[in-house]
Write a protein that binds this ligand. Sequence first.
Ligand code: ADP
Ligand code: MG
Length: 650
Amino acid sequence: MSEACCGTCEVPLQTKSADRAESARGRAFWLVVLAGLLMALGAGAAQQNAHLLSIGCYAASIAISVPLPARRAWTSLRGRTLDINVLMLIAVAGAIALSDWLEAAAVVWLFGVAQWVEVLSLARARHAIRSLVTLAPAEATVRRDGIDRVVPAEQVVPGDIVILEPGERVPVDATVVDGESAVDQSPLTGESWPIDAQPGVDLLAGSVNGTGALELRATRAVADSALARITRMVEQAQRQRAPIQTLVDRFARRYTPAVVCLALLVAVVPPFFVATSGGWSGAFALWGYRALALLVVACPCALVISTPVSVVSALTAAARHGVLIKGGSHLERLASVTCVVFDKTGTLTDGRVNVTHVMAVDGASEDGLLTVAASLETRSEHPIGRAIVARARGEGLRFEPGSGFQALPGLGAEATVSAAAAVVGSHRLFHARDLCTPRLHQQIDHVEHGGATAVLVAHAGAALGVLGLTDRMRDGGRQAVSALRALGVTRLALLSGDRARNAEAASAGAGLDEAHGDLMPEEKVAHIARLREAYGPVAMIGDGINDAPALAAADVGIAMGVAGTDVALETADVALMTDDLSKLPYALRLAKATLRNIRFNVALALGLKVAFVILAAAGLATLWMAVLADTGASLLVTASSLRLLRLRTA
Ligand code: ADP
Ligand code: MG
């Protein structure tokens, strides 16, 4: 939060300090109630002409409300700035000097109410993140030496066998080793379909087990779980300031001193020029009061709170839908995007690649070809690598993981298999390595003719043959594309390392405007620069595997399906927890709605101010009306921001 604001808005996020913040909020609430009661009592006493009693009640009410703003005002003055707390104190002192006790009490009281609402609303916007933290259970049932024991979740180490009963929550990230069940990951990823849990499937801490009992092997400690990392990331994002927020703060910093000067002028100058009944003292009292009203009206509270509440609400809403946005600045840039670039494999198509052809050159066997390729790819994260490994397993082949695995982004991969160098990858790679033969070319032609992607395999310096792979278009691609167009995206492009023909087919299937294939990662970067030049701010969406340079080059880098992977979560500006393409238009819609919301809030806050400044100068505004207007503006702004929390996915 800014210095210009009350300074109460920094609601701590960690659970312990959050508890403390909660009790502080509770105390603040009761103080506000008590001060309000005393004020009402004072007004009642004044009605009965018990003046001394009424002043006593007002003074007590002020004494209860004033310490907090006074402390903050002091901090601000020591930092040589004038914030609203200072303005407020000047107004209260002035009202007391004019013997306007009710006004003085009302001003501090309403101010207290406004701050309380402000703190509460930010806390509420952040609440969804705290509920994420509490998703994972504190205890886990662990089987050690054949005995099941309940231990604190922090004591589970990778490799431990965890027993999960039906209906229980998964305590740590783990892989299923035995049993079958349906597991609901929706609290974490926003994904509505439960996943089929069976041996080999990875589960995330915090997801809910269905009706089957499961035996899991822990893969990560609690502190490293996807849930913990996501929570940390969202917390960091919430602390980051959007550029528009900085702008508002800078404005408020200049504006507050300007208002103090203006108020001084109003108090001092008119009495010399405007004739008033009651002589000099009457004139100073009248204009002094108007100056005070001006001061109070001019408090930029609603203005200063408008942006952070919107941004925090939006980030929280997004996180609830499985969209992690790493801060207000990314949100702002996302709202301005007019060009969206897709990666093909694993993004526009689903990650389930199929091996359709296995063609060995003369002298090599198909099983030998698959065995070498699968050994090499054991450590690969690429959908193609995983497909090859899955196929070899499916054929019942036995293979050891190769050593020294090295991904060649956009080209293929290499490793040492059975003490000899093995290479798997594109025609381009084999051409560069001088591994092509006429026989291989025939096989490539055959595979590509069938619409598949040709992946070549070599071992110990000689080509073994060609694999053909196909992938399916992801569901919902077309809908996502038309939703993006409806949101003002004017250009959609596909950039792929796969053959141009496959890239074009995928692009036509999804209804994109242009497609480019055979691209190396750095060529993707060049295309992004060109697209930005021609069509404006670019968002690039990839699966995060070997797309890092392109993700970084785009104005907004979006990685999808990151629930399990580490790299993508770190490199992207926006991360989609699931592979669901419909989250992309949602994120864009949310970003646009947030910016609209901020603009509306700022306009509302400024408009109300201007109206009241005029009223105050004309002598038509009383102090408490002025404070009420500010409180009202803060409330309106907050309420309109919290609406962002309810924006739906479709
Ligand atoms: P995309 O841009 O469509 O996601 P990539 O840049 O990831 O494609 O890969 C481009 C091409 O490089 C693939 O079509 C394939 O021929 C080859 N390739 C990349 N990684 C691998 C791998 N691990 N195993 C085999 N081939 C690979
Ligand atoms: Mg890819």
